[in-house]
Design a protein around this ligand. Structure first.
Ligand SMILES: [Zn+2]
Length: 139
């Protein structure tokens, strides 16, 4: 027993991001989404998700490593892209620049972020981009 531990231990409030916005819910959403993609792909290949996620790392098990590589190859391009976006979004949450439009630097609406957490554009810039893409399309 630690006889010094009976003192004050009421410091459990999580550190707030400098922007003042709390994205922990969205981060969870992203992690869930990521988990789902990995699970889905893992089921296709028929290997344990635990191995894929590195929850039970075993450096001596080369077979697991090879399975992991095969697994990565099995991921469709689309899923790989999404995974990269999810990782990027989680990274941005950690660094505190999540939820900021890449184009105009304005904060992105939380409603939009909840619906599409991997987005990096606010609704105005996204709409503009779509209009421009449509205009480029030959008719
Ligand atoms: Zn914008």
């Amino acid at each position: 027993m630690d006889e010094f531990s009976s003192g004050s231990s009421g410091q459990d409030s999580p550190p707030q991001p400098s922007s003042g916005r709390d994205f922990s819910r969205i981060e969870r959403l992203l992690l869930d989404q990521r988990d789902q993609i990995l699970k889905e792909a893992g089921r296709v290949v028929g290997i344990g998700v635990a191995n894929v996620a590195g929850l039970t790392p075993d450096p001596t098990d080369m077979a697991t490593r090879e399975e992991h590589e095969a697994f990565s190859l099995r991921l469709k391009e689309r899923e790989k892209n999404l995974l990269r976006k999810i990782d990027l979004a989680i990274e941005r949450i950690k660094e505190g620049d999540f939820g900021i439009c890449e184009e105009c630097g304005e904060p992105i609406e939380e409603k939009r972020l909840m619906a599409r957490p991997v987005t990096t554009l606010c609704i105005d810039c996204k709409t503009l981009q779509e209009i421009q893409e449509n205009a480029k399309r030959p008719s």
